[in-house]
Design a protein around this ligand. Structure first.
Ligand code: SF4
Length: 159
C-alpha cells in the first residue's frame, strides 16, 4: 500500500475520508425515501426497516458500524457497498453487474429512460459490430443487465 500511495499517512487519511463519506451516504440511504434496485436492494431495504425500529442512540451506533462492513464506492449507475466476498466483478468495476451483485444499489430516480436509451444504443452497436465477437459478447452482457434492472424497476414500482 505504501508503494501505491507513496506515504502511509496519506493512505490512512484517504481511508478516514472514505469512511466518513460512506457513513454520510449510509445515513442518507437509511433515513431517505429513495427506492432502490440492484442486487443489494433487498438487503438494504431490510437494514432500513431495522434502522427505523431503533432508538436514536442505536441508530447512531448502527451508522458507525455500517462502513466497517462495507465502504461505499460510486458507480456509473449507483453505489457499490463493496464486500470482496460478494463482488461478482472480482474487484474490476469495469465488469460491474449491478442487477446481480449483492453489493450493488441503484436508485430508480430517472433511471428507466436512461436504461432504455442505453439498451437502444447497445442494440444499435451490436448491429454495427456484429462481426466483432468480443464486442458482441460485451454488449449482450450489458443489455442483459439493463433488462434485469428495468424489470427490477417495474417490480419496485408495483409495490
Ligand atoms: S459487481 Fe459492481 S456492485 Fe458488485 S462489487 Fe463489482 S463494482 Fe461493486
Amino acid at each position: 500500500m505504501t508503494r501505491v500511495y507513496g506515504d502511509m499517512n496519506l493512505y490512512v487519511e484517504l481511508q478516514k475520508e472514505k469512511f466518513q463519506i460512506s457513513s454520510e451516504q449510509y445515513e442518507e440511504i437509511m433515513r431517505g425515501q429513495k427506492m432502490f434496485v440492484g442486487g443489494g436492494a433487498a438487503e438494504v431495504n431490510q437494514l432500513r426497516r431495522q434502522f427505523l425500529g431503533m432508538t436514536k442512540n442505536q441508530q447512531e451506533r448502527f451508522l458507525v458500524e455500517l462502513p466497517r462492513s462495507a465502504l461505499i464506492e460510486q458507480l456509473d449507475d449507483g453505489l457499490c457497498l463493496y464486500r470482496s466476498k460478494h463482488a461478482l466483478c472480482g474487484g474490476n468495476m469495469a465488469a460491474c453487474r449491478p442487477a446481480d451483485c449483492n453489493n450493488a444499489l441503484v436508485s430508480i430516480d430517472g433511471k428507466r429512460k436512461s436504461f432504455q436509451w442505453r439498451k437502444h444504443e447497445n442494440t444499435r452497436l451490436l448491429n454495427f459490430f456484429r462481426h466483432d465477437q468480443p464486442k458482441v459478447v460485451y454488449l449482450i452482457a450489458r443489455n442483459d443487465q439493463l433488462d434485469k434492472l428495468l424489470l427490477q424497476i417495474d417490480q419496485a414500482e408495483m409495490v
